[in-house]
Design a protein around this ligand. Structure first.
Ligand SMILES: Nc1ncnc2c1ncn2[C@@H]1O[C@H](COP(=O)(O)OP(=O)(O)OP(=O)(O)O)[C@@H](O)[C@H]1O
Length: 887
């Protein structure tokens, strides 16, 4: 008891301070025990997830993969795939995704329509996810496509499957506003591009660099690696880091070691999914070919379309001008099915529009060049018709691959000339293409030749198109490398021309020259030398077509060079010039390349016009042949049409030379004095008259002087009047533009307000995403991408940008442009006439733009607007009328 008491006393003696310290010690100890663990930050969780996924990479076995979720993929990618309705990977996806995740270089080949796009897009997303890439990191992955349409399509798929990632993705293709791209490209994580445009950025944009690039993808790799893109690709690759991973995909993969060496691949994995397959084309594709004379082909196509009215059909042609002409002709022939056209000479907006139109349509026929041959995934195409023989078996495989895609069925028809049959079928056999020969029932063949003749008789423009089509087709055959298949000299020119509706075969200069060379060679008996010559000439011709100065061994159709030319053209401002201008310049280029002696004599050598302009000369020469006019009359007639002022001058000189006496008129005065009334005897003191070639007279010709003054006054008035009208229109345009700007500003504000009110999460970021993604269309944040189909109208239209810059463009042009824009939306309707009208308007619009731009620029000085009280169209008509008088 005493002890207990003693202890209590002791405790008490220790005092409250010590007790408190003890208590605090104990408290701190327990506090440490119950302290909750620190919450992991998001990035730490993400990093852990990534590590877990990476750890599984080595265990990937394609045979075990049934669903996409069997791959170690990020949740964001898996969610994107699920939302895009992709559940089970296809064979090429199963076999390549694993290698790509492991960081290996991959060469993937599988039949058309087998899902190669996802086979590279999934690794691209996963690669950037692994590196926790952000907009600040710049370019991380680069996907190169041979055509704009394919790049656009891949961009769409990326938007769909990558929508849960935060990366930014950009579509960098020609035909869009370069300046706009320049501003945004350095913030873009994934770029999908065509080679020409990318190189332009690399060359011209100091803010753009690819030094951190992780992954390079070449879609349609064999095409990108072929000679057509060789220089561009080499230059691009030079700018990329060697440490990158490279993926190459195609249905006709290149095996050329030389090609692959250019990409410095590191122990690539070759994946040929269908290498052991019996056939190289999809099993669900039925293929046949028929032999048809060239002059029967148009009839054949018309008859085919008439019997397949409810199908979706793609018809491939050899060149743009063939598509241009036959598209218009078929629209007028009204086959009973909607006709669309897609080729490299169209403006970018038109191309996107036609592409989307054809995607949407259930039954339609698309006339296309080889820009549509590779990669395009138009849904539910029933038929692929090859109106012209493809360049080689690979092109054939890609063309027919536009149908029978991903488990669907389809049919393909190849039309061959008798001279092409043997060579082409042998090639197809070698490439394991199963194809049957079919016969045409001649009774079912409908002839449209007379109708075409009637069209051409009605419209000069159509006739010119037919002539261009004729020349262009022959040139494409001439340029083909495989001479076993393509022999331009076997073509019956007159029959072919007539089948296009022409009365005579247009003259083709390069053909004349080639023929002459052949004849010369035959005469000399040195066929080997001739081969050599024509080969050299061919190379030179091709090189010039591509715009180089040095010859190359490029193989490829005209379309290839068109596509490259265009991509390069798009890099320049001239790209926005009219279609006709482009054609002209191409023809001019051709003239520079081939300068054969003319078929009709040595004087033809001096011609500066192109083949087609020669045609007009040819017409004149034909008149000559029938000796309807004598030499002199003919000469003056030609000159009169070309230059009236010159001809009068020349005529006067001729009269002078021939010592013709000019009639004189004499009168007598009342006094009987003789006075000469005509020509006036006074000598002219005005220099002009002599210059104009008027007869030399003496004295001041008061009447003529008056007349001249009156003319000068009139001219001045006309100019002044037209300037004022233009000024007035310009002001009106400016007002309209300001109103449009205001409206779009308001729309944007409303959009922002709406987003700010109803948005979830980070509103500020969402707004930014909207701005970046929706308005400019060049760069989108995948996370901000909607499910809707990308609206091409959100792409900056280079024409519109130009219009806004060049405020002095013709009012009429702008009117037509807007009208065209409106009609284009309707052109998706089933009426083929709409399509035709559209295009005609396009051309009209482009023609006017080309001609009017320079002139309008000069006339845009400030002046008071003049109210004429007339309508706009009447004003324009009046001005044109006055200007016509003036000249
Ligand atoms: N895993 C999948 N599940 C369902 N559909 C798929 C899958 N992968 C691809 N597809 C579909 O298959 C079609 C063809 O795919 P894709 O365009 O990638 O083929 P491709 O092999 O690239 O063809 P090409 O050789 O013509 O370029 C597309 O419509 C695509 O949506």
């Amino acid at each position: 008891m005493r002890d207990k008491k003693g202890q209590e006393k002791k405790k008490h003696h220790q005092g409250p301070v010590k007790n408190f310290e003890k208590w605090k010690k104990r408290y701190d100890k327990t506090k440490q025990h119950v302290k909750p663990p620190r919450r992991k930050r998001d990035w730490e969780i993400e990093r852990e997830n990534i590590q877990k996924l990476q750890a599984k990479y080595d265990q990937i076995n394609p045979k075990d993969v049934i669903k996409f979720s069997d791959f170690p993929l990020s949740k964001k990618t898996l969610r994107g795939l699920l939302e895009g309705q992709y559940r089970q990977p296809t064979e090429i996806q199963k076999q390549t995704i694993g290698f790509a995740l492991q960081g290996k270089d991959v060469l993937g080949a599988a039949k058309t329509g087998s899902g190669k796009t996802l086979a590279f897009l999934i690794p691209v997303l996963e690669c950037l996810y692994r590196h926790q890439w952000t907009a600040m990191d710049g370019l991380g992955a680069l996907i190169i496509s041979p055509t704009r349409e394919l790049a656009y399509q891949t961009f769409e798929v990326l938007r769909k499957v990558g929508k849960n990632h935060e990366f930014s993705a950009g579509l960098v293709i020609g035909g869009k506003d370069l300046k706009d791209e320049l501003l945004k490209i350095h913030r873009t994580n994934i770029i999908i591009c065509t080679p020409g445009r990318l190189l332009q950025h690399m060359d011209e944009n100091s803010t753009f660099h690819a030094s951190d690039l992780h992954m390079l993808v070449l879609d349609e790799a064999d095409r990108i690696l072929d000679m057509g893109f060789a220089d561009t690709l080499n230059a691009i690759v030079e700018n990329l880091p060697k440490s990158r991973q490279t993926l190459l995909f195609s249905a006709t993969q290149t095996k050329s070691v030389k090609d692959l060496a250019r990409l410095s691949l590191k122990n690539p994995e070759y994946v040929w999914v269908h290498e052991q397959a019996k056939f190289s084309t999809p099993a669900t594709l039925e293929q046949s070919y028929m032999v048809c004379e060239l002059h029967q082909k148009v009839n054949m196509l018309f008859s085919f379309l008439r019997s397949h009215l409810h199908k979706k059909i793609i018809v491939f042609f050899a060149c743009c001008k063939e598509v241009q002409y036959l598209f218009r002709v078929f629209c007028r022939l009204r086959p009973g099915i909607s006709v669309l056209a897609l080729h490299g000479k169209q403006q970018q907006m038109k191309r996107v529009e036609v592409y989307n139109d054809f995607v949407r349509k259930k039954a339609a026929v698309l006339f296309a060049t080889d820009i549509a041959a590779r990669g395009l995934d138009f849904p539910a195409v029933n038929w692929v018709v090859q109106f012209d023989c493809p360049e080689d078996a690979n092109t054939y495989i890609h063309r027919v691959g536009r149908t029978a895609r991903y488990k669907e069925g389809g049919e393909a028809l190849l039309i061959l000339l008798p001279s092409e049959e043997k060579g082409m079928t042998t090639q197809l056999q070698e490439k394991k293409v199963p194809i049957n020969k079919i016969q045409v029932n001649p009774e079912k063949l409908v002839s449209v030749q007379q109708k075409l003749e009637a069209f051409l008789a009605q419209e000069k423009e159509q006739k010119e198109r037919a002539q261009r089509c004729f020349v262009s087709y022959l040139r494409s055959v001439y340029l083909m490398k495989n001479k076993d298949v393509f022999d331009v000299f076997q073509i019956k020119l007159l029959e072919y021309a007539m089948s296009l509706g022409l009365a005579v075969a247009p003259r083709v200069r390069f053909l004349s020259k080639a023929q002459k060379l052949r004849k010369d060679a035959a005469l000399q008996g040195s066929s080997t030398a001739a081969d050599c010559d024509s080969d050299e000439e061919l190379q030179f011709f091709k090189a010039r077509l591509r715009g180089d100065n040095k010859p190359s061994t490029q193989s490829g159709s005209e379309e290839d060079s068109d596509e490259e030319e265009e991509e390069e053209d798009n890099n320049k401002e001239e790209e926005e010039d009219s279609e006709e201008e482009e054609e002209d310049s191409e023809e001019e280029e051709k003239e520079k390349v081939v300068k054969p002696e003319g078929l009709f004599g040595a004087d033809d050598d001096d011609d500066e016009d192109d083949d087609l302009k020669d045609l007009e000369l040819l017409t004149v020469k034909q008149k000559d042949v029938f000796k309807v006019c004598d030499d002199e009359e003919d000469e003056s007639e030609v000159e009169e049409t070309s230059n009236k002022k010159d001809s009068r001058f020349k005529e006067a000189k001729k009269i002078q030379k021939r010592l013709f006496k000019v009639n004189t008129k004499k009168i007598f005065t009342d006094e009987g004095e003789v006075m000469q009334q005509w020509p006036p005897q006074q000598r002219a003191v005005v220099q002009d008259e002599e210059e104009e070639g008027e007869e030399e007279t003496s004295g001041i010709n008061v009447e003529a002087a008056k007349e001249r003054l009156r003319r000068e006054d009139q001219e001045f008035d006309k100019k002044e009047y037209s300037r004022k009208i233009k000024e007035k229109h310009r002001e009106k345009r400016l007002k309209e533009k300001a109103a449009r700007r205001e409206a779009s500003k308001q729309k944007q504000e409303m959009k922002k307000a709406a987003a700010g009110g109803g948005g979830e999460g980070n509103d500020e970021e969402d707004d930014e995403n909207d701005d970046e993604g929706e308005d400019d269309g060049v760069v989108v944040y995948l996370a901000g991408a909607s499910n809707e189909v990308f609206d091409p109208s959100t792409l900056p239209d280079p024409d519109k940008v130009r219009d806004s810059e060049d405020e002095d463009d013709d009012e009429d042009d702008e009117g037509t442009s807007e009208l065209t824009g409106r009609k284009r939306t309707h052109s998706s309707s089933d009426d083929e006439d709409d399509d035709e009208e559209d295009d005609d308007e396009d051309d009209e619009y482009e023609d006017k733009r080309g001609a009017g731009r320079k002139k309008a620029r000069q006339d845009s000085s400030a002046a008071e607007p003049l109210d004429t009280g007339l309508s706009l169209a009447e004003d324009e008509e009046l001005v044109l009328h006055l200007l016509g008088n003036q000249s």
